[in-house]
Design a protein around this ligand. Structure first.
Ligand SMILES: Cc1cc2nc3c(=O)[nH]c(=O)nc-3n(C[C@H](O)[C@H](O)[C@H](O)COP(=O)(O)O)c2cc1C
Length: 256
């Protein structure tokens, strides 16, 4: 069985994962790591399974809640293809950390992809990506990994970029709050992967718990949740140099 697993608060990571997974034209089990019911379905894999695991890069790292999610999943030797999706700055240690996490969960990591998607906070960076050019590249990457798997020749141990200790990341100051349009429907409370929104008052976000993933903004039917405009403007200016120009997608794997 092919397991498509992803953590995608605003949909960019899922877009990349869908493009990659489409190359395997067979039934797949989709595990949205943000859904409790899907997480339970993931449970135990076998050595015959293939897992395509995709996460966004937050501060060049794997988003904090994903670490706990993978604690309840056992690979039992299943092969894993790793995907780190980044917003046109850099993915730093994301693939290395994801590889370490999956190996700890008893997966055998065979290949990895880093791909660009629109920056979920600063939408002016990586705008519209993955685009047609990215799609072509990602399909090619997935095809190469699939062909290598089908050939049965086996993979050499996977090397991905990254350093120890992992890049320090202490979060970003974007903590969305709800405005007057909020009708307290409770969707954001239920779906927040960090349980950062007050059950009593959804207009309150626990700034310590919030990971700034912006899932609450993307699921709010009232479009009531927002980041502060001035903060976005300032951050956009500050990040311009690091995020400008078209950043690349990358493929990592090695056959025996
Ligand atoms: C809190 C946070 C931190 C981020 N850090 C980085 C980063 O270090 N480098 C980068 O290139 N993009 C960064 N991004 C952009 C995301 O990696 C990118 O937009 C990704 O596609 C988001 O995934 P999603 O659309 O599935 O939520 C960050 C986004 C967020 C929300």
């Amino acid at each position: 069985m092919i397991y498509q697993m992803y953590f995608s608060p605003t949909g960019g990571t899922k877009k990349v994962s869908d493009i990659v997974c489409k190359v395997w034209e067979c039934p797949k089990k989709t595990i949205d790591l943000m859904k409790q019911e899907d997480l339970k379905e993931a449970g135990n894999l076998t050595a015959e399974d293939i897992c395509i695991a995709a996460v966004p890069s937050f501060g060049g790292r794997v988003p904090e809640p994903v670490k706990d999610m993978f604690k309840s999943i056992r690979g039992n030797g299943a092969k894993a293809v790793l995907i780190a999706v980044y917003g046109n700055r850099a993915f730093d240690d994301t693939l290395l950390e994801l590889k370490d996490m999956l190996e700890n969960a008893d997966f055998t990591c065979i290949g990895a992809i880093a791909a660009v998607a629109e920056h979920s906070i600063l939408r002016q960076f990586g705008t519209g990506r993955p685009d047609i050019e990215d799609e072509k590249k990602l399909r090619e990457y997935a095809g190469r990994i699939k062909d290598a798997l089908d050939s049965g020749k086996g993979f050499a141990s996977l090397l991905v970029p990254g350093n120890y200790p992992y890049r320090e990341y202490h979060g970003v100051p974007f903590k969305p709050e709800a405005g007057r349009k909020c009708n307290r429907c409770g969707i954001c409370i239920k779906q927040c992967p960090a349980q950062a929104i007050s059950a009593q008052n959804p207009k309150r976000t626990d700034k310590e718990k919030c990971i700034s993933c912006l899932h609450c903004i993307s699921v709010c039917p009232q479009k009531a949740r927002k980041n502060k405009k001035l903060l976005l403007f300032m951050a956009g200016r500050g990040m311009k140099k690091k995020c400008e120009g078209r950043k690349e997608n990358y493929l990592f794997y090695k056959m025996k």
